[in-house]
Design a protein. Structure first.
Length: 719
């Protein structure tokens, strides 16, 4: 039987129960006390804001008490009539589910109101924008009458015609006696919003049709969908006076009964453009890149609010990775598992700048994507091209990651913890495992791929090595000598042939005892006659790069925090420029911002701040009002605003809860191996061990679970 999905409020309640439990002294019995406060008049649930997931990892056996029976009375109170009322576990649970559903339904209804309001505003703005555009045409430029959006009435007529067409088709296909039943079945389907009437189906279709354009002020514009592509576009001037028009196209008069002029002849029609703020010039070109929303209303072009909101609740990172073959065994005294074919690619040699280099040596030159893309110059472009080639050949990461220079781009903390490989997610706190002069163990990854030869093979390799070095010296003075270059290529090809033959002829046991054993010697640390494995290592020659160990392989990882708005804007600008030139948007800033802006609760919360929307809402019927047919009131708006804010905060807390849960399981997993280099047991608790290799004690001030989980909460900006 499928496990019943817990509601949002149930999860939050459990989280706070865990928080309360974590404050109690550890005992041999663990009791789960869920504290819930209920305002009995409205049965409104209030959840405390503190969230801490307790983690008790010790050798004490824990006994659990059975959960309370559904019929148990857990709350008693005296009502307004002086009568005693009891509430059972089942009744309280059902009330919470009902309240949860009611809030969702209210939110759905409010979201529809938001969409219709925003669309009407965009439609009016689009008509005005089209007028501005057509009255500022260049010589020879044709009118563009495809800019203005359809009115709500026009959209509704189209959708009504669609439903009528469906009705006629159904009547023709099923006959007069049977068509109605089939027609209702079709309306009840997903395509028509599970509607029970034609009117409901039409409104659903209208909503679906207008939703995307309604949200233009919540969508970032890119070069593909922008009308502003050159300096001429943003500097358009009115060819004649542009007047304000009413919905019928008539001029609007002022108090003196004179036509209102919006833009005088010769003036710029889009005065809102500000260089280096909402548009950027492309060097040595007439092209420009805009930084604005898709809205037709220039007053809603600014993206500042959205970036501020995003950074207020997110700690984004630019993550780059490069995974190489090799996974540790359960028994650390055994050789590692290494894929021979993938390993061979690292053991071969290439020619770079007239030098023969081991492919595996390139891992120590791994960099964050920022180092290749930002502030590009000839050297960076050259390094980027080399890195791209080797990434495609050597990395064991998915193709999608390789195509983006080994990076997921800018990733939110929530996104990081969606990764199934939790070791990679936890790499953001790897600095917690280092203190002062005590660092994570260091590993020289080039040593993984250097092969020892014997006999005739060694003689042949040594001979080639000398010849290659001689040619390299010669090419220092004559770098374009074709004869020497061809000889160098031939010698390198021969060297690679020997290496390939040598490795291919190795039997599995021999390969494991040589290559797999070499991995073991490099990564496994023997401390007090115990084999230990660190979850991450510093990489020799690669400053700031960590080698994270997991069952997916050895992943070179660089996480750089986007710690300011200026930094985020720099990455966003880089993406916009690349997109305008047909290149990849490496940092995916538009994706992450648009994903953040598409959150319904975020849209509701921001729109509720709009005074005009508040007035619009008060003209609309509130179907949830106690009095039938009543409109929304100021009190309703306050309640809806508080609800939107609470849900937004709750979503963030749920994301942190999921991250903490993964972190908790990760810590448990490492400790349960009993071979973790990174933890030490003391006084019934596990601490971060900073100095294990020295054989002396240097432990974290607090238990490991407190250090790590508190840090994650800070990253989520909840502490």
């Amino acid at each position: 039987m499928a496990k019943e999905r817990k509601s949002f409020f149930e999860k939050l309640t459990e989280m706070n129960a865990s928080h309360e439990e974590s404050k109690k002294p550890i005992s041999h019995k663990k009791k789960r006390n869920i504290k819930v406060w209920v305002t009995l008049g409205a049965l409104a649930l209030v959840v405390t804001s503190a969230i801490t997931i307790p983690l008790v990892i010790n050798t004490v056996k824990v006994n659990y008490k059975d959960p309370r029976d559904a019929s148990d009375q857990i709350i008693e109170f005296v009502d307004d009539k002086g009568e005693k009322v009891s509430i059972s576990v089942e009744e309280l649970t059902n009330s919470l589910k009902t309240e949860d559903l009611k809030i969702k339904e209210k939110n759905e209804e409010l979201y529809k109101k938001v969409i219709f309001y925003l669309y009407e505003a965009e439609q009016k703005a689009s008509a005005k924008f089209q007028t501005f555009w057509n009255f500022s045409r260049q010589i020879g430029e044709a009118e563009n009458n495809n800019i203005a959006l359809k009115t709500i009435d026009e959209v509704r007529k189209l959708q009504k015609d669609k439903v009528n067409d469906l009705k006629r088709t159904t009547q023709n296909n099923y006959g007069f006696e049977n068509w109605e039943k089939q027609f209702k079945t079709l309306l009840a389907g997903e395509e028509y919003g599970k509607s029970s009437t034609e009117e409901q189906a039409i409104e659903f279709l209208v909503f679906k049709d207008i939703q995307s354009d309604a949200l233009r002020s919540f969508q970032l514009e890119n070069s593909k969908d922008s009308l502003f592509k050159t300096k001429k576009d943003i500097n358009r001037v009115a060819s004649s006076d542009i007047f304000e028009l009413d919905k019928d196209g008539n001029k609007v008069l002022d108090a003196n009964e004179q036509p209102i002029i919006l833009v005088k002849k010769g003036e710029k029609v889009f005065k809102e453009f500000i260089k280096d703020k909402n548009y950027f010039e492309v060097a040595n070109s007439e092209s420009i890149i805009t930084l604005k929303t898709k809205s037709f209303n220039p007053q809603k072009w600014s993206v500042d609010t959205f970036i501020d909101e995003f950074l207020k609740t997110n700690t984004p990172y630019v993550t780059s990775m490069f995974t190489i073959p090799g996974t540790p065994p359960t028994l650390l005294s055994s050789p590692w598992t290494v894929d021979k074919d993938k390993f061979t690619n690292f053991a071969l040699y290439s020619i770079i700048d007239n030098k023969v280099v081991l492919n595996g040596s390139l891992v120590s030159k791994f960099k964050n994507i920022e180092d290749y893309v930002l502030d590009a110059n000839d050297q960076k472009n050259k390094d980027k091209a080399i890195f791209e080639n080797y990434l495609q050949t050597l990395s064991t990461d998915p193709d999608e990651l390789k195509k983006n220079l080994g990076s997921t781009g800018v990733t939110s903390l929530t996104g990081l913890f969606k990764n199934d490989n939790v070791s990679l997610s936890m790499s953001i706190v790897s600095d917690l495992f280092e203190a002062n002069s005590h660092k994570l163990p260091e590993v020289n990854l080039e040593d993984l791929f250097k092969i020892s030869f014997v006999g005739e093979t060694k003689t042949a390799v040594d001979k080639l090595d000398k010849e290659i070095k001689s040619l390299e010296e010669k090419l220092k003075t004559t770098p374009t000598d074709s004869k020497s270059l061809n000889e160098l290529a031939d010698k390198t090809t021969e060297l690679n042939r020997i290496i390939k033959t040598h490795l291919s002829q190795m039997k599995p046991d021999e390969f494991n005892l040589t290559i797999g054993e070499n991995y073991r010697k490099l990564f496994v640390k023997n401390v007090n006659n115990q084999n230990l494995l660190s979850f991450a290592y510093n990489v020799t020659g690669a400053n700031g790069i960590k080698a994270v160990i997991s069952q997916a392989g050895i992943t070179l990882l660089s996480n750089r925090k986007v710690d300011s708005k200026e930094k985020f804007l720099k990455l966003l600008k880089a993406d916009l420029i690349n997109l305008s030139q047909g290149k990849p948007d490496y940092f995916k800033t538009l994706n992450i911002l648009n994903a953040s802006l598409s959150n319904r609760n975020s849209i509701i919360e921001l729109t509720l701040k709009d005074k005009s929307f508040q007035e619009y809402l008060k003209s609309q019927v509130n179907i949830y009002a106690e009095e039938k047919g009543a409109n929304y009131t100021d009190a309703d708006i306050v309640e809806l605003t508080n609800s939107a804010v609470s849900i937004q905060a709750g979503e963030l807390k749920m994301a942190s809860y999921n991250a903490l849960e993964k972190a908790q399981n990760w810590i448990k997993g490492l400790i349960n191996t009993k071979t973790s280099y990174n933890f030490a047991f003391k006084d019934g608790q596990f601490y971060i061990d900073y100095n294990k290799s020295k054989g002396t004690t240097a432990l974290s001030a607090r238990p490991a679970k407190d250090e790590i989980l508190d840090r994650i909460l800070k990253e989520f900006k909840l502490k």
